[in-house]
Ligand binder design. Structure first.
Ligand code: ASP
Length: 312
């Protein structure tokens, strides 16, 4: 019997300012519409998450694709991962500088390569071999981000390069990574996450988003998960797999998503958000940041929100 499809997307979890709420809502709504359109046409969960992510990579609102945060050298360096819950195949790219839609390359890796990851130039070469156009890094850089990096670096030098940055630096940080999880009519689930990483990151730094089981995971037997937030604590806890395992042990995704955020906070004082979906269509959306942008589409309802802490 065909399953009723479900799609959940997120557009980051942080203190999204009031004047950016509308752009985030539009962005996640557009992404959900693209992913849902694909599911309605009979597309797979994998197709749906890819299409949803492409929309958010193309939207400068988010820290993914063009308009992403800049690294310390003023370059955009992108990471993305996509995973198929039916086969456990995954495709990931890290530290790519010349791809507008890293998720497209990640999908090609998943479907065409025996490997799971390609990074930096090798990933770009792989993408080009499979017909994906390369761009110049400058085409991914926008003036808003040049200014944001300049301000951050000015504050940082005032604060004496304190690695454990004082509040003023923390306040400048946002987590606008994008993610999607989907369930298709065949009963398969998939997940994808794409990011420009953290502002002023060291060149070559890889975050949690593209790491299997950290920022993204999917297994039909457990759950599909995508996280956002401060990457280092998330990867230390292998948080997406941690959450999927709990769903496999019988806990409801709604509850597990909240628990994952409590665990992140309590264990490592980390912050972020998560979306979680199982093959029965049960889902959870949770964050321990002031706000999170998300959208949900089922056969019955279409919803999008910028939730405040504790309300999901
Ligand atoms: N988790 C991402 C990273 O650390 C950042 C984010 O979610 O905004 O690279």
């Amino acid at each position: 019997m065909p399953t009723n499809p479900v799609l959940v997307v997120h557009g980051g979890a942080w203190a999204i300012p009031d004047d950016m709420v509308e752009a985030h809502l539009n962005g996640v709504r557009n992404a959900a519409a693209a992913g849902w359109g694909s599911l309605e046409r009979g597309g797979s969960a994998l197709d749906a998450v890819e299409e949803a992510i492409v929309v958010m990579e193309d939207d400068e609102t988010f820290d993914a694709g063009r308009g992403s945060f800049l690294n310390r050298d003023g370059k955009v360096q992108l990471d993305a991962f996509i995973m198929d819950g039916a086969t456990l195949r995954g495709g990931g790219v890290g530290c790519v500088e010349r791809l507008r839609n890293p998720v497209r390359a990640a999908r090609k890796i998943l479907s065409e390569s025996p490997h799971v990851y390609f990074v930096a130039e090798g990933a770009e070469r792989f993408a080009a071999e499979y017909g994906i156009a390369l761009c110049r890094n400058e085409e991914l850089v926008i003036p808003r981000e040049i200014e944001r990096l300049r301000e951050y670096q000015a504050q940082e030098s005032k604060s004496g390069n304190d690695l454990f940055a004082p509040q003023i630096l923390n306040d400048m940080l946002s987590h606008d990574t994008v993610g999607a999880v989907a369930l298709d009519r065949q009963g398969n689930i998939a997940a994808s996450t794409s990011t420009g990483g953290t502002l002023n990151k060291a060149p070559g730094r890889l975050g949690d988003s593209s790491l299997i089981g950290c920022g993204c995971y999917a297994d039909n037997l457990s759950a599909a998960a995508s996280t956002t937030g401060w990457g280092e604590p998330i990867m230390k806890l292998v948080l997406a797999k941690w959450a999927a395992d709990r769903v496999e042990s019988g806990s409801l995704p709604e509850w597990v998503a909240k628990e994952a955020m409590n665990y992140l906070k309590q264990r490592l004082d980390g912050h972020g958000g998560i979306i979680l979906l199982d093959a029965q269509g049960r889902f959870g959306i949770a964050h321990n940041t002031p706000r999170m942008a998300w959208a949900l589409q089922t056969m019955k309802k279409q919803e999008a929100g910028i939730t405040a802490k504790g309300s999901t």
